[in-house]
Write a protein that binds this ligand. Sequence first.
Ligand code: T3D
Length: 255
Amino acid sequence: MGYETILFDVKESVATVTLNRPNKLNAFNDQMIDETTAAFKQCGRDKDIRCVVLTGNGRAFSSGQDLGAFTERGDTVSIGEHLRHGYHKLLKQMVQLEKPIICAINGIAAGAACGIALATDIRIAADSASFMLAFSKIGLIPDSGINWLLPRIVGQARAYEMIPADKALAWGMVNRVVPAGQLAEIATAWAGSLAAGPTLAFGLTKRAMNQAWNTDLFGALEAEAYIQEIAGRTYDNQEGVAAFLEKRPAQFKGM
Ligand code: T3D
């Protein structure tokens, strides 16, 4: 599929989705929301893709909703409908993608882009990156899952600040902060090692964690038993056990 607002590249089982409107600091217009959603859908369908890296082109990760497009839209679509048919579809696609997603946050992530970054599984930030909710500057409330995701990660009190990369690391919002010049290389290496892993088990781990988040311990135990039953029938489970017993590295196939 041809994309105009994102770059989509697949190498060695790793798909890289690059937000690509650098003149607007990769602000999301409708086309970019739809194309990013379609790219994640494509990653789900393509069995050869076993890990996804999401990043931005230029000095920003993304400045969130394109405010020019927002103004041009006027009253033709309500904000609620725009969220439901746009950002929500994207976020659900990401959270339900049963493959690891690494977010390589190359610069500022503002507004909706904070929610999109927080919906990924592993976040690596350049030391020049920062998170800015931005919504209150334009008289809106946080959206794109931020009200659910951010307080769970950093706590209620901290959720209101502009968060530079070093604080984001200290507060558990990102997994690593790395020198800006090494971000792409480090994200690609990490993605490569995940792409060589037991992809179905990684995907099922995502499913189990998402389900556990919303239930009590007993509910989580039952969900684990159900999901482990599925993992226990995979080739990679047999291969992992055999490799251990034969004292050799496992050759996972993602199936
Ligand atoms: O519709 C719905 O569904 C509602 C959903 C809302 C979700 C949201 O994301 S709301 C939040 C929207 N985002 C913002 O409010 C952030 C707006 N941008 C900024 O505050 C600043 O650009 C930054 C702090 C991110 C960076 O500042 P700075 O000084 O480094 O860069 P700049 O000069 O402001 O931006 C560079 C260019 O990008 C500039 O264009 P120009 O003048 O060179 O032609 C600027 O207008 C453009 N740009 C940056 N962000 C956006 C944008 N254009 C449109 N929309 C943007 N969000």
